[in-house]
Design a protein around this ligand. Structure first.
Ligand code: C2E
Ligand code: CA
Ligand code: CA
Length: 396
């Protein structure tokens, strides 16, 4: 779908602002535009329309029904596919509204600060197009358990790789392996199958398959002169497998590599659920020299006491706090506190979800160690990694 084919609605009480939005949309070639000056009138238009608009641009601060209430109605009655917030309000409040809309299952494109500009609008609407592509690729994936087991056995589940770059000099120093199911020319993301494998008792097999595949590539890149640390996600069940530490060590060494070049990632929430049980395996992995990373940090409510008990070497700040942190003081506060804690515990720090140059700059200033996110590179098939690394240029 091209931008021009989008159907957009503008809900804005201020006459001048509304006309400006309409003019900018026209400048972008968008012809199918509806408008309303307040929430109740907009709802009426939407309810009588033959099909919902793709995107509604909503001013949050309106007399009568405000934008927050309006979005609640739109979400509950599925009157649009996506909304974007237009406002001069506090970013923390915008964030709350976004979370509310997402909780209702409405896609939130993000928010634009007034005044509107053609660049801001284009950026936002392009995001909607990208979202559509993702949904088409990804949304309706039927996964059959028998087929999934076969896929794991026959090597259809493989690691893709996302680069990690140092903030200080922009150099790509590592990759995270992310599982992908390459099925009939389609690429299926882990959210569609990892939990199924775990529920089916195949979690350790998955970790083994991804680790083994990733080590093979790491070895190849190294032989080609590209030295990259490797991060691999481990399933909770791995932490209950007493043989895991020895097996991983053998796998790593069989490729002529050292555990010190490999980081195993455990999510903060899974760690807390299994803390006592998993400690033995984690301690043994650490003893053998593997790095250990707390993934999705900030989402799992671990206490400082718990954190200090586990021999972690790295803290990975969850993307929910990283994305947009430069513009949102609360996110920034969580990022700063995480970096402080990491420094005190002498942990390496990785920020996930670095998409915006402004977030990169802020994290660099705060002394974060490593960046991972679409800005540096998307996850790609192993064959495409070298090219992705070559294309990357760090912001100044
Ligand atoms: P994760 O470990 O937190 O991995 C990061 C996820 O964020 C990846 O999604 C990655 O594609 C995505 N991402 C990276 N940079 C950005 C960015 O700048 N913006 C945004 N919006 N997203 C970004 P992916 O590959 O779909 O993986 C989802 C989750 O599936 C992973 O989250 C991890 O928990 C799990 N997973 C992936 N591979 C494996 C695996 O081999 N084993 C296990 N047990 N779990 C895995
Ligand atoms: Ca991870
Ligand atoms: Ca993560």
């Amino acid at each position: 779908m091209s931008l021009a084919a989008l159907r957009v609605m503008v809900v804005e009480d201020h006459g001048f602002q509304r006309r400006m939005a309409l003019r900018l949309l026209a400048d972008l070639g968008i012809g199918q535009v509806q408008e309303a000056a307040e929430g109740a009138a907009a709802l009426h238009v939407l309810e009588t329309a033959s099909s919902p608009p793709d995107v509604i641009l909503v001013d949050l601060d309106m007399p009568g029904m405000d934008g927050i209430e309006f979005i609640g109605h739109v979400a509950q009655r599925r009157l649009a596919r996506a909304v974007a917030l237009v406002s001069a309000l506090d970013p923390a409040l915008l964030n709350t509204v976004q979370m509310m809309a997402r909780a209702y299952g409405l896609y939130v494109l993000g928010s634009i600060e007034k005044p509107l500009s053609i660049e801001k609008l284009e950026d936002l609407l392009t995001r909607y197009e990208e979202h559509l592509l993702e949904v088409e690729k990804d949304d309706h994936v039927d996964v059959d358990l028998v087929d999934l087991r076969r896929a794991l056995r026959e090597g259809e589940i493989v690691p893709w790789f996302q680069p990690q770059a140092e903030f200080s000099n922009g150099k790509v120093v590592g990759v995270e392996a992310l599982a992908r199911w390459e099925r009939d020319g389609l690429v299926i993301r882990p959210q569609h199958f990892v939990h199924l494998l775990e529920a089916d008792g195949l979690a350790t097999e998955l970790t083994d398959v991804i680790l083994e595949g990733a080590l093979r590539w790491k070895r190849r890149w190294q032989d080609d002169g590209m030295r990259l640390n490797l991060s691999v996600n481990v399933s909770p069940a791995t932490l209950h497998d007493p043989g895991a530490a020895d097996r991983y060590q053998q796998m790593v060494e069989s490729h002529g590599l050292s555990p010190s070049e490999v980081v195993l990632e455990v999510t903060e929430s899974q760690l807390m659920a299994d803390a006592a049980l998993g400690l033995g395996v984690l301690a043994r992995l650490r003893l053998k020299g593997f790095g250990l990373s707390i993934d999705d940090f900030g989402t799992g409510y671990s206490s400082l006491a718990q954190l200090s008990q586990v021999p972690f070497t790295e803290l990975k700040i969850d993307q929910g706090f990283v994305f947009g942190a430069h513009a949102q003081s609360r996110k920034r506060a969580v990022v700063e506190a995480s970096l402080d804690l990491a420094r005190k515990l002498q942990l390496e720090t990785v920020a996930e979800g670095v998409e915006a140059v402004e977030d990169w700059q802020m994290l660099a200033e705060l002394g974060c160690g490593i960046a991972q996110g679409y800005l540096v590179g998307m996850p790609v098939a192993a064959e495409d990694l070298a090219e992705s690394v070559r294309r990357w240029r760090a912001p100044h």
